[in-house]
Every structure is written in C-alpha cells, then in structure tokens.
Design a protein around this ligand. Sequence first.
Ligand SMILES: [Zn+2]
Ligand SMILES: [Zn+2]
Length: 254
Amino acid sequence: MKITFLGTGTSQGIPVIGSNHPVCLSKDKRDKRLRVSILIEWDDSVYVIDCGPDFRYQMLRANVTKINGVLFTHEHADHVAGLDDLRPFSFQLGSVPIYAQKRVIEDLSYRFEYVFNDENKYPGAPSVQQNIIENNEFKLQNLSFLPIEVNHGSLKIFGYRFNNVAYLTDVKTINVEEKEKLKNLDILIINAIRYKPHYSHLNLAEALTLIEELQPRKTYLTHISHYLGFHAEVEKILPRNVFLAFDELVLEID
Ligand SMILES: [Zn+2]
Ligand SMILES: [Zn+2]
C-alpha cells in the first residue's frame, strides 16, 4: 500500500494569502502546505480522503489519472470545497462513489445541490454515488475501513483505520471507546495545528500527549498552521518516531 500526502496545511493553507509571516515566506518546499488530504493506493484501487479546495491541483501534481472514490471526514470547506473538480473522474466513471456520514452527505447535497439533484441536470455537472456510512467497519474493494468517531469541537466527525494505519484529522478529543480502536497502530496520522490551544483542534502538546497514550510505532502530524513554525525547526523538537508530514511525502506500507 502507498499513502501520498496531497496536502498537510490547515484551512487557509500555507502560505496564507497576503501574509508576511516568515513561515509563509519560507523557501523550503516542505513549508508550502495545501489543504489536508491523502491518497491511498493498493492493488488497483485508488481512493482519496477529503476533497478540499486544492483538489484539482493535488490530482495534477500527484499525477492521479483515476480514482475509485472519495471518503469524507466531515463537511468543513477545507475538506469538501473541491467537489466540483470530481468532474473528470465523473466523466470516466459515470458517477464517483463518495462515502460519508448522513449529516455530511446532507450538508454536501445542500452546498452542491446541482451535483446531487438529478432533475434537469446540466450536462457538464459531476455526478456522485452516495454511500452513507455509520460507525461500523465497511469494505472498499478488498480492504476494510473502520471509522473512528472523534470530537472536532462539538462536531462528531470520522477518521479511518485501514490495515494498521489510522488517518485522523481535525481532532480535539477522542472518547475512550473510540481510542480502543487505535491500539497497535504501525502508523498514526493526526492533526497538530500550532502551539497555542484551539477550541476544535489539538495543539502540538495535546497531540503529543495523545500519541504517548496510543503508542503507535510511527506518527505523522498534519493539518498544520504557519504558527507551528518552520518544518526543519519543528522536526528537531519532536520525540523519536514522530514526524511532521509534508506535501508529496509518500509512505510505502507492506
Ligand atoms: Zn474541520
Ligand atoms: Zn480542517
């Protein structure tokens, strides 16, 4: 299996438009972060988690020519705003399978009414095949995905465990029962926004405390704000086996 980080930035991305913050002006490629998303490839299967405003460029940059579907974590714009750019895949497939909780599908069908409403459809509009998922294991092709329900402020959102990998973004807290699903991970991918506390995201200290508790073999941090600092500097202060993800990083997993 191969995981590609398509984007590792928080909601505004890095650089932030108009910002003179040193991290936004950095020449280090690893300090340029598009909105969060990963690409998961195994056998002949290709899925993305989330489809934010940078989706089109992310597909071009990673040279993705086909996908089998999109899993959504939640309905915030930085995770869904690229839905219209599913068009080329929709033309290939007829409609693109999407997977999300009921609330998220409802929110998407409101925001992208022209995609979800099949009556008098504009011929160029994309089509999606809706798959509502609940907090139960489900299969995509031959691989099992286990949703992990996490708290993003007051919003209940999904992360996913597949093989011994878990992808959790926009987490603030995780209830005890859901933490049980995160034992024996080879790889944990989790959000850490900045140093200062945030009402709906883990800051770095909170993320490290959670990592200490869950004990994954390796952790990659994502959904990063420019306030976290330069990639090269932050990497130096992280514990062993905890890394900052960066755009275009590829993990090969046996
Ligand atoms: Zn969010
Ligand atoms: Zn987000």
